[in-house]
Each structure stands twice: as C-alpha cells, then as structure tokens.
Design a protein around this ligand. Sequence first.
Ligand code: ADP
Ligand code: MG
Length: 575
Amino acid sequence: MLKLLRYLKPYRAAIALVFLLVFLQTLSDLYLPTLMADIVDKGIAHGNIPYIWKMGGLMLLVAAVAVVFSVGASYWSAKIAMGFGKGLRGKVFTHVQNFSMQEFDQIGTASLITRTTNDITQIQQVLVMMLRMMIMAPLMAVGGIIMALSRDVTLSWVLVVALPVLAIMIVLVAAKGLPLFKSLQAKLDKLNLVVRENLTGIRVIRSFNRGEHEKQRFEGANLDLTNTAIRVNKIMATMMPVMMLVMNFSTIAIVWFGGIRIDDGQMQVGDLMAFIQYAMQIMFSLIMLSMIFVMIPRASASAGRVNEVLQMEPQIKSTENGKQANEQKGLVEFDQVTFYYPGAEKPALSDISFRSRPGEITAIIGGTGSGKSTLVSLIPRFYDIQKGSIRINGVDIRELEQSELRAKIGLVPQKAVLFTGTIAENIRYGKEDATLEEVRHAAEVAQAAEFIGRLPEGLEAPISQGGTNVSGGQKQRLSIARALVRKPEIYLFDDSFSALDYKTDAKLRAALKQETGEATVIIVAQRVSTVIDADRIIVLDEGRIAGIGTHDELMTTSEVYREIVSSQLSEEEIA
Ligand code: ADP
Ligand code: MG
C-alpha cells in the first residue's frame, strides 16, 4: 500500500486542499453544539429574543458553511482517487506491454486483467474514504473530548467508562470479520475462474455433456462465496446495533448524572445538550477509525497484487543503441541453441544449429510437442535462450533493438489471433500505412480474396471479438495476409496451413513462393506435402534435430522422416 502512495505525488496540492476542507468542516461541526448550548442557556433561559435570533442566524451560517466544506472535500477526494486510479491503470498497462512471454506465463493473463481492473478499483474506493476520514476521525475525537471537558469535567467520567466498552466491541467484531474479508477475495477469484473456464470452454462442455458437472462446480463456488459473504455481513450487521446500544446507554447515563448536577445547580440545560452531542461525535469518530482499520487490510491486499506486477522486471529488455543488422537481408542462423522454459527440467530445444538464407524456404516438421513452435518463437526473441546464439544477418538478436528485430519479421502464429475491427484494419495491423492496393494484393496471395469477395461489405466486413465470425481457415488466411502486407525480410509460418484443405494449401504455397521471393521463409508444418519442395527440411524430435536436408536426402538418411512420410502417404492413399 505504502509503495503505491508515491503515485499520489501529482495530487499533493489537491490532497492538501481536501485536508484543509475536512479540517474546517470538522471545526464547524465541533462548534455547532456550543452555539446551541449558548442559545439555550443565555437566550431561551432569559427570554432574550434578539440574542436567540442573532445566535440562531450564526448557527445556520456555520451549518451552511460546513455543508460547503463537506461538498468540496467530497468532490476533490473523488477527483484525486479517480485520477490516481487512472494513472495507476495506465502505469500497469504500459509496464505489462514491456513484459516478455516469461512474465506473462508467470502471472497469467486472467490475473493480469483482474489486477488492472478490480484491484485498482478497490484501492481507489478506499482512497476516497481515507482522504476524508484520516483527518476527520482523530480531529473529531480529540476536539470532541476537549469540548466535552470544557462543558463539564465531572460528567466526562461517563465517557471514561463508555469509550473503552465501545473500543472493545469494535476490536471483537473486527477480529472476527477481518479474516473473513480476506477469504472473501480469494473466493471471488475462484468464482471468476470457474465462470471464465465455462465461458471459454462452452463448446467442449456442451459436446462432452459436462453441463451438469460444470453447473455443480459453479454452484459450489457460488455457494461458498455466498456463505462467507453472509457470515461477514452478519458480523458487520451486529456492529451497528451494538454500537447504538453503547451510545444510547451512554446518553442515558449522561442525562441521568447530568440531571442530578443540574438539580444541584452545578450545570445548565444547554451544557447537558451540548455534552450529549459531543459524546456522540467522539463515538462516531471511534467508529470511523475502526472502519479505516477494516478497510486498510482489504486495500493493501489489492495493492500487493498490483505492486507485484509493477515490480516485475521484464527479463528481456530492449537494448539501447543496439546494433544495426542490415549487411545482409534476412539471414537466420542458429548456433548450438539450447533453450529451457522457465522452471522446466528438460530443455524444450537442445543443440539446434542451422542456417537459412534469403530466398530459401526452411521447413520444420515433427510430432506435437517436439518444439517446433518453441523454435519459431525464439526468432522474434519472445524468450531468451540459455546456450548458443541466434543471429540475424550476422548479429546476435540479443544485441539488436527489439523493434528493429521485429520489424524484420512477419510472424503467422499457430493460433491465429484477430482483433475487433474490419478485415482491412486487421490486415493493416502488419503495416499501418498500407494502401488499399497492398491490402488487396496480400489478401489475394493469402487466398483470402475469394471469401472476402463473398461478404457483402468486402474488406470492410467487421471481425467480432476473437474473430469468432470467421472460420479457423479464414482466420489463418487473414493472419497470413497480415504478415504478407508487411513485406518482411523473414517470414515465420507456424503451422499456418493446418486448417486449410489440400487444394487451398497448394495454391497458397504456389502464390507465396512468388511473393516471398528474396525473403527468408521458415515454415512449420504437419503435412509432408507442405514441406516436400522446401530447400531444407528440419526434422525435430523431442527438441533435437533428428535430420536435416532436402526431401530426397532425408528419405535415405532419416528414419524419423521416413516414418512420418509413410504414415501420411498411407493416410492419403486411403483417403
Ligand atoms: P510443437 O509446436 O512442436 O507442438 P511446442 O514448441 O509448442 O511443440 O512445445 C514443445 C515443448 O515445450 C512441449 O513439451 C511443451 O509442453 C513445452 N512448452 C510449450 N510452451 C510452453 C510454455 N509457455 N511454458 C512451458 N513449457 C512450454
Ligand atoms: Mg506448435
């Protein structure tokens, strides 16, 4: 919590203003009972009508001023808290943008979203309250005690008894409620998790008839949250009546003993009335203090989660004054590369060496989990390798500026991702200033033009969230077009043809060959037919190179490759 307070720095002036307003408001509130006592004792008791008018007017004025202070304090504290939340959200968002895949894997996308939204909102809400209560509660407690003493010292003995009783009650309730508040947050997380899994996995749940099971899972989490929330609220609900009880008994005691003192002529009626009000103010400030102590742990849990994100240093930092790598165009070299995923025991890739020159097509083939996607993701430096080096145009990618490196690459990921917007906007994602002609051409080469042409809006057709309104194959072709429009030095296709039928696959590759011309192309594929005429085929097996060469070479040298080929050929023959 404290670490986040430094983000309040830009609001120093506004905070000072809020504190001043609250200070003045509290002083006015403390003054009102005294005015009332004077009206009763000096005005009403002696039938002094002008005095009553004068002091009554003053009282109205003070009350009105207090309202103005209070409104101002509310306005500014809300403004500060919202500005603080906005700033913090922006900070987290920009920080997360610099994360490498390592950090994303570590915190998890879902949790990152909750931390940028829900957790920051929690902190914001507490901040609004804190800004006002922090000054008001102690000032009112101390001021109330002083004012009460100035009215009547003897009667203050009632407070000496009542205040500790109230404090003990508050501590008891808080001790029971606080742990529950914390578990409430965890249970909310659990519920979010179940809902999220249900919504993203709805197709699987339906097709496997697991609806009933999921329903029970949801109901379990929901009931758990509800029960805890009810328990918390029960405890908090007892708080109010208990406090009212203590306060009302104190009032009775004050009236009782005060009555005796008035009888003896040691005190006046107005003093008694003022005293009761000061007693109330003191007790309310105690309740306010207790609320602060309840809220701080809740907010600090959220603050901790936000801080964890902010303090996470990206493992892969952009090198400043990185080298240029423009000697050649698109030469990719792997030199004895070994890579472990963070925390993994076995390397995902070991001892990978190959070289892919401009104008060449290098294909990577291998079973699932053999490390094909991993290999491709190392080239844009999504992860850093542990041994060996990866060079582009002769320069180690760790010495290149990240934006420089990625500008050279057109990546078509295994799982095609589209953004909300039109088809044209999605293709222009690869090159912002692409002309309509360039966009059309890219779509043509990617074999997407035909289905785009069938849409009534054509290139302006909208893509819904996650690209759910186009098929898997259409999505793949759009993400290929996005890479093509960029005209990069290096093309990376990670299993980008898997959702296409054989005919489209063949047509696409023929068109690609023309398009990619002098660029370096690395294609990950499952089908032998996709890789068969590549300049170089790398056969991966459990993260190692099991064979490297052309199709004909591999047919004689690589057992693994022959197995892949024979398994697929028989499949095709059957079909
Ligand atoms: P392929 O693309 O050939 O099917 P991958 O490169 O995706 O294989 O995966 C290779 C191995 O690395 C697998 O054993 C997989 O479990 C592991 N792996 C993949 N991604 C991650 C990740 N983000 N964190 C940890 N391990 C991973
Ligand atoms: Mg893969």
